[in-house]
Design a protein around this ligand. Structure first.
Ligand SMILES: Nc1ncnc2c1ncn2[C@@H]1O[C@H](COP(=O)(O)OP(=O)(O)O)[C@@H](O)[C@H]1O
Ligand SMILES: [Mg+2]
Length: 211
C-alpha cells in the first residue's frame, strides 16, 4: 500500500472514532443515575438561594466520574443562572492562581492577565461578583490528588470554603474527584472544619454494563 492509500483507506473498526476523545460526551449514558442524583441533591439548595454541599467523588479510572459531573453541571446551567458551575482539571491547572483563573474565565468570559494582577484582586472580583448578583459557586476539582503534590489543595479549599467570612452571604461548594482510591488526603484543621463532604461512589462497571 502506498502512503496515500494508507491515508485514504476508509475501512475502520470504529463506528465513531471521536468516542475516544477526552472531551467526548456519550449520548447514551447509563448506570449512573444514583450518582448523578446524589450530585443534584448536593447542588439543589443553591438553585433556590441556599447553601450547596460539598462532595467527594470516588471511583477507579473510567468509571464515568468526569462525564457525570459534566452532565450535571450542564443541566444545572440549563435551568438556572443562580449557580456558577466550573469544571477544573487539576492535572492542567495546578496552582491557586491557575484554578481561580478558570473560575474568573467562566464568570467574566476571559482569563485574567498572567502578569501584574495579584491573586487577591482576582479573588476579590470573583467573590464580589457572586455577592452582588446573589449567585452560588460550585467547582469540580477533577483529579484533585494533583493539588496535594504542590500543597495547593489546602489553600484552594480554604479560599473557596471560607470566602463567606470575608464576603458575607457568598455560597460556595467543592466537588473533589479522586481516581486514585489508595490516595489518602489530609487537610489542615482550618479546612477540615468546613470541608465535610458526602461521598459519592462510582463502582466498576460489570461486564454486562460495559457491553
Ligand atoms: N455509563 C457510560 N455510558 C457510556 N459511556 C461511558 C459511561 N461511563 C463512562 N463512559 C465513557 O468512558 C470514558 C471514561 O469516562 P470518564 O467519565 O472519563 O471516567 P472517569 O472520569 O471516572 O475516569 C469516557 O469516554 C466516557 O464517555
Ligand atoms: Mg476523569
Amino acid at each position: 500500500m502506498g502512503i496515500e492509500d494508507i491515508l485514504m483507506y476508509d475501512e475502520s473498526l470504529f463506528q465513531n472514532i471521536n468516542a475516544f476523545d477526552p472531551d467526548y460526551m456519550p449520548q447514551n449514558y447509563n448506570f449512573r443515575d444514583t450518582q448523578m442524583e446524589a450530585m443534584a441533591i448536593s447542588i439543589r439548595p443553591a438553585m433556590i438561594g441556599g447553601q450547596p454541599s460539598n462532595a467527594i467523588v470516588l471511583g477507579s479510572p473510567a468509571t464515568g466520574k468526569t462525564t457525570a459531573i459534566r452532565k450535571v453541571f450542564e443541566l444545572v446551567e440549563k435551568n438556572t443562572e443562580k449557580v456558577v458551575c466550573v469544571y477544573i482539571n487539576c492535572q492542567l491547572h495546578t496552582t491557586r492562581f491557575g484554578i481561580f483563573s478558570q473560575i474568573y474565565k467562566k464568570m467574566f468570559g476571559h482569563v485574567p492577565p498572567e502578569t501584574g494582577v495579584p491573586f487577591s484582586r482576582i479573588y476579590d472580583q470573583i467573590m464580589q461578583n457572586l455577592q452582588k448578583n446573589n449567585k452560588s459557586l460550585v467547582i469540580a476539582l477533577d483529579d484533585v490528588n494533583y493539588l496535594f503534590q504542590s500543597k495547593t489543595a489546602n489553600k484552594v479549599f480554604y479560599d473557596m470554603l471560607r470566602a463567606y467570612e470575608e464576603y458575607p452571604g457568598v455560597k460556595t461548594a467543592i466537588f473533589a474527584i479522586l481516581s486514585d482510591l489508595e490516595f489518602k488526603y489530609a487537610f489542615d484543621k482550618n479546612v477540615n472544619s468546613v470541608f465535610i463532604p458526602q461521598e459519592i461512589h462510582f463502582p466498576l462497571y460489570s461486564y454486562s454494563e460495559i457491553e
